[in-house]
Design a protein. Structure first.
Length: 216
């Protein structure tokens, strides 16, 4: 997989285009992340799916190197997830290749394979440099990792997966997602690694937005 920011990958936001790095010490002096710089408030709120909790949504693409770089920080953050916060991943769909990987994600989810295959699929693309761009590629990958590749290929064409993909597109549009990785909070805010100043700072901004959402 070519990792350069090409026409094919323009929706995968490069950190070279990031805003100036936000550092905790500077943020303390400013009173925290700054609206309009480190995060955006949605003009039209989106109804969160997690009732009674603050919802955090990660918009991503398996082929995006910056999403791959963010993944360890997602896992670190999830390890300390507060009881009143719900998290979900939503694959973006800007191009046919994004849409294909979107169906892979929801097929994994439908078959209970996300826990075992989500990170491995990322690694196969960005570490092993495999081109997982056809159903045959995906089926072979799944089979090599101890699951039923044919079932995953079938699930990718199922009514439920197509429906989930359609809902994901609607949510991405509602949040105004135009690049990945991007993070939405409680249907009211969005931020990104670029806005935060790096993948290592993205969840510092998310934590701030979670606090804002708690305060209503």
């Amino acid at each position: 997989m070519n990792r350069s920011i090409t026409r094919r990958h323009f929706h995968c936001l490069g950190l070279a285009a990031a805003a100036p790095a936000w550092l905790p010490r500077a943020a303390q002096a400013q009173g925290g992340p700054v609206e309009g710089k480190h995060f955006v408030r949605l003009s039209q709120p989106v109804a969160p799916a997690a009732a009674g909790k603050v919802e955090v949504v990660e918009f991503f693409w398996y082929g995006c190197p910056h999403c791959f770089s963010l993944e360890p920080f997602v896992e670190q953050w999830l390890a300390k997830l507060p009881a009143d916060v719900a998290f979900r991943r939503v694959p973006a769909a800007f191009t046919p290749q994004y849409e294909f990987h979107q169906k892979v994600f929801y097929a994994f989810e439908a078959l209970g394979l996300l826990g075992s295959l989500h990170r491995k699929f990322f690694n196969a693309i960005h570490v092993d440099r495999k081109r997982l761009v056809t159903e045959a590629d995906v089926a072979a990958f799944v089979s090599a990792n101890g699951a039923d590749g044919a079932k995953v290929a079938d699930a990718m064409k199922s009514f439920s997966v197509i429906g989930k993909a359609r809902q994901a597109k609607q949510l991405s549009d509602a949040y105004g997602v135009d690049s990945v990785p991007m993070l939405g909070v409680q249907g009211r805010f969005r931020t990104s690694a670029a806005m935060a100043g790096g993948v290592d700072k993205a969840f510092l901004v998310v934590d701030h937005l979670v606090e804002l959402a708690r305060k209503g």
